[in-house]
Design a protein. Structure first.
Length: 328
């Protein structure tokens, strides 16, 4: 399969969104009870970047659902699932050690329980969820084969519509796979969709409209001091769903030329795993307030975290036998 540089670029955009989201999340937590301007700005930025994880899932579905037609089930699990399992185990251990050393109240027992529940650290739930999706991919592939093309689309849409139910009820994070099945299959469905320039432009416009709508409701409910405001930055909020599909379509319609951005895609898994460690160390060293201006402080943390994470993963990837563990 030829590399799709446009999708490689989408991966990088996704990881940049994740880092921005987590950098501004610091100030969502700090201002949660104050309903002030900082909370409005940080939560609104979270809304725009919340499409990142659903985009990663759509990209995974794009490739995982099609590769089963050319490889055996054994080969699929050996080559594909292991690519998630190694970093899942490695980074779960790294963050567990970090918590034992630096986080007050962290114990061996609490870390074991966090591992069982799929949250050894706040962002690593994603690895458990995507690993769960890889495990059930052969089942989803069989469902696809048995359904008509129209039936497969309906299955995907229904999965997206009922996703909030699973998001609210799944306590063990690997079971969040049911939350994201719709995104996974929709990534497969839309991969062959021919995107004209007109569709591409409307797709980007659709992303902006969906996100601005969500931001509008977010700001309104913050003004009302109503916690409903924070629901609009959820991955399963329907505005997020529409925005995710639109942005995926937009990148699907881009020309597949290699770029500086697309070359960075090989580092995205490792950067995803390490970035929260880098961010937390920076915040613990510098403090939440550097300039006193929230947007500047969060932007500093986002840029610094991004740069350091890419550099560290780049050099870790050069160490023999460690690449598969850190995310290559």
């Amino acid at each position: 399969m030829n590399r799709e540089y446009n999708i490689d670029s989408l991966r990088v955009v996704g990881i940049l969104m994740v880092i921005i989201l987590h950098s501004f999340a610091i100030y969502i937590v700090a201002n949660y009870d104050y309903y002030n301007v900082d909370l409005k700005v940080s939560t609104s930025i979270a809304v725009f970047t919340r499409v990142a994880v659903p985009l990663f899932v759509m990209v995974s579905g794009r490739y995982m659902m099609s590769c089963l037609s050319s490889i055996s089930l054994k080969e699929f699990y050996q080559k594909r699932a292991k690519r998630i399992l190694y970093p899942l185990l490695f980074w779960s251990l790294v963050y567990s050690v970090y918590k034992l050393v630096f986080v007050a109240g962290s114990t061996l027992e609490s870390n074991i329980m966090d591992f069982v529940m799929g949250v050894p650290y706040v962002h690593l739930w994603f690895l458990y969820m995507i690993f769960g999706l890889y495990l059930v991919t052969p089942i989803l592939y069989k469902i696809k084969e048995k359904l008509s093309p129209k039936g497969y689309v309906i299955f995907s849409i229904v999965s997206l519509l009922i996703a909030p139910v699973f998001e609210m009820t799944a306590k063990v994070q690997i079971l969040q796979l049911f939350t994201y099945i719709g995104y996974f299959t929709m990534g497969d469905i839309l991969k062959d969709f021919v995107v004209t320039n007109r569709v591409k432009n409307f797709s980007f416009l659709g992303y902006l409209i969906a996100m601005l709508t969500a931001v509008g409701f977010t700001v309104y409910f913050i003004d009302q001091r109503n916690d409903i405001a924070f629901n609009f930055s959820a991955s399963t909020m329907y505005t997020t769903t529409v925005a995710t599909i639109c942005l995926y379509m937009f990148f699907n319609g881009l020309t597949g030329k290699e770029s500086v951005l697309s070359k960075l895609s090989i580092y995205t898994m490792g950067v995803y795993c390490i970035h929260h460690l880098i961010l937390d160390l920076l915040v613990n060293y510098s403090g939440e307030s550097i300039t006193g201006i929230m947007v500047l402080d969060a932007s500093y943390y986002a840029v610094a975290t991004c740069g350091i994470s890419f550099v560290v993963i780049y050099y870790l990837g050069k160490v023999k036998k460690i690449g598969k563990w850190v995310g290559f």
